[in-house]
Design a protein around this ligand. Structure first.
Ligand code: FAD
Ligand code: SF4
Length: 463
């Protein structure tokens, strides 16, 4: 094994500067930095990085092309496998996927695959590289897609390539799903999401915003007007602690509401945008996933003096991406391990005032699983101005309750077969709506695969 050079670090805004703005934290690789990083790839005969990518990007070839400064070719290669590389390069949990399986990890740091993917995606956009999509002629067949998150967008792109007339119905006033309303600007700039959506519209995909399927247009209408329907409504309904004081008190948010106000309704641009959020001085965020980190880092940027992560396990079990946790701690977010709130107390004005918590310990059960368990008599109090609950999400029931013929499990997750078809012939589902809350790249992969099944299904109707 030749001596491996260290990974090329990516420049980023220093913590004390970035907590005062919503601009992207990393600056992105320059061409020279990207070439130097791509040159570290040893071009494995059997690259383990590729099968570990849910959309099987040709990572080895991408690295080679970047190392040879063939940026346009690298961009076209990546775009062929993944419709939204600028997004996935920035938000994928690479350490658990491609980079987790990169051979270099055994000797040194793995190739920065995500950062190279984001670099090449941005390079293609900045240089206005045209992707010549070959669109078949099938416009007399129609596909309706519910939801414009990564699953819906990826399915739309592929269905369009098969030539179908594709319409996406989106309940919000902007397309992109969580990429638009959940993940903050400092992690995923919204002009990138808007640009990806525009490319799709340029391909001929129609997007009907402010259209809630199940409310102002019904599922049966979509079925009767289309040859196939793809359900990609995500899992946007928040879970709550269900503890005393939670419901009537002001200042207790679900992470969804908080992030929608901050991102989609641009609360951070108040008063230019008419969405005030007063987080006060001390904020507690419950949970330790990506959503919790996003909420905590957003609260800090909205002016909180102290932001506390409250987690019932230890830091090593935190489900957040490694980089998000690292950035959050660097920014001064205070992480409390092995604690859990049991009651919220309000002041006379009906606002949250303080929380009652218990200490937790991890106790091994018969199967060897470590379960967080309250330590008796360990109750303590924490004064707080705002609480944000980031405890996970489940699919929204609004649509599902009005389409009882679509089978779902106890959590409300749509049941699909290996072809992504639901219990109703011709209706397919993918992304968080059909798997429960997961990842952007999984949603993109499922959208793409579902499109193949939709194509096979529509083609079979002609036989
Ligand atoms: P969504 O992105 O949820 O999109 C569903 C869309 O459907 C939404 O736009 C919604 O408005 C619309 N919709 C819902 N119901 C209807 C209806 N009845 N009619 C019309 N439209 C409807 N994953 C990662 O890989 N990395 C990360 O760093 C990461 N960070 C995250 C941070 C946050 C704050 C959140 C909330 C999630 C994060 N995730 C992350 C998870 C990831 O974003 C999701 O797994 C992914 O977006 C799922 O895609 P989707 O297309 O299935 O659904
Ligand atoms: Fe390159 Fe790592 Fe993939 Fe091997 S596993 S081809 S070193 S990125």
């Amino acid at each position: 094994m030749p001596k491996i050079k260290p990974r090329v670090p990516m420049g980023e805004q220093p913590p004390l500067q970035r907590i005062k703005n919503f601009k992207s934290v990393p600056y992105g690789y320059t061409e020279d930095e990207a070439v130097e990083e791509a040159e570290r790839c040893i071009q494995c005969k059997k690259p383990k990085c590729e099968p570990a990518c849910p959309v099987n990007i040709g990572i080895k070839e991408m690295n080679l092309l970047i190392a040879q400064r063939k940026f346009k070719e690298a961009y076209l290669l990546v775009k062929d496998d993944n419709t939204f590389p600028a997004c996935s390069g920035r938000v994928c949990p690479q350490e658990k996927q491609c980079e987790g399986d990169c051979i270099l990890k055994k000797f040194d740091e793995p190739i920065a695959i995500g950062k190279l993917e984001a670099f090449i995606a941005d390079w293609g956009t900045q240089h206005k590289v045209e992707v010549e999509e070959i669109i078949a002629n099938n416009e007399d067949k129609h596909v309706a897609i519910v939801g414009s998150g990564p699953a819906g967008l990826a399915c739309a792109a592929e269905c369009r390539k098969y030539g179908y007339a594709v319409t996406i119905y989106e309940t919000l006033h902007k397309a992109g799903g969580v990429l638009q309303y959940g993940i903050p600007e400092f992690r995923l700039p919204k002009d990138i999401v808007d640009d990806e959506v525009k490319k799709l519209e340029d391909m001929g995909v129609k997007i009907k915003l402010n259209h809630t399927v199940g409310q102002n247009i019904y599922y049966y209408e979509l079925v009767s007007q289309n040859d196939a329907v793809f359900l990609a409504m995500g899992a946007g309904a928040p879970k709550f602690m269900g503890i005393q004081g939670e419901n009537p008190l002001d200042g207790v948010y679900s992470s969804n509401e908080f992030l929608i106000r901050a991102n989609l309704m641009k609360a951070y641009k108040f008063p230019e945008w008419d969405t005030p959020i007063d987080v006060g001085k001390k904020v507690a965020v419950l949970g330790a996933g990506n959503v919790a980190m996003d909420a905590a880092r957003t609260a800090l940027r909205l002016g909180a003096e102290e932001v506390h992560i409250i987690y019932r396990r230890t830091k090593e079990y935190a489900p957040a991406r490694e980089e998000e946790l690292h950035h959050a701690l660097e920014e001064g977010i205070i992480f409390h391990e092995l604690v859990n709130p049991i009651r919220f107390h309000g002041n006379d004005d009906g606002f949250i005032d303080y929380m009652e918590l218990v200490k937790m310990e991890l106790i091994e059960d018969k199967k060897g699983k470590l379960n967080p368990t309250p330590v008796e008599g360990s109750n303590f109090y924490m004064g707080i101005d705002t609480v944000i609950e980031a405890l996970g999400t489940v699919p929204n029931r609004l649509f599902l309750d009005r389409a009882p013929e679509i089978k779902k499990d106890k959590r409300g997750v749509i049941i699909v077969d290996e072809n992504h078809m639901t219990s109703v012939e011709g209706t397919f589902a993918g992304g968080d709506a059909a798997s429960g809350a997961a990842t952007v790249i999984k949603a993109l992969g499922e959208g793409k695969n579902a499109a193949k099944s939709i194509h096979a299904y529509i083609s079979s109707l002609d036989d």
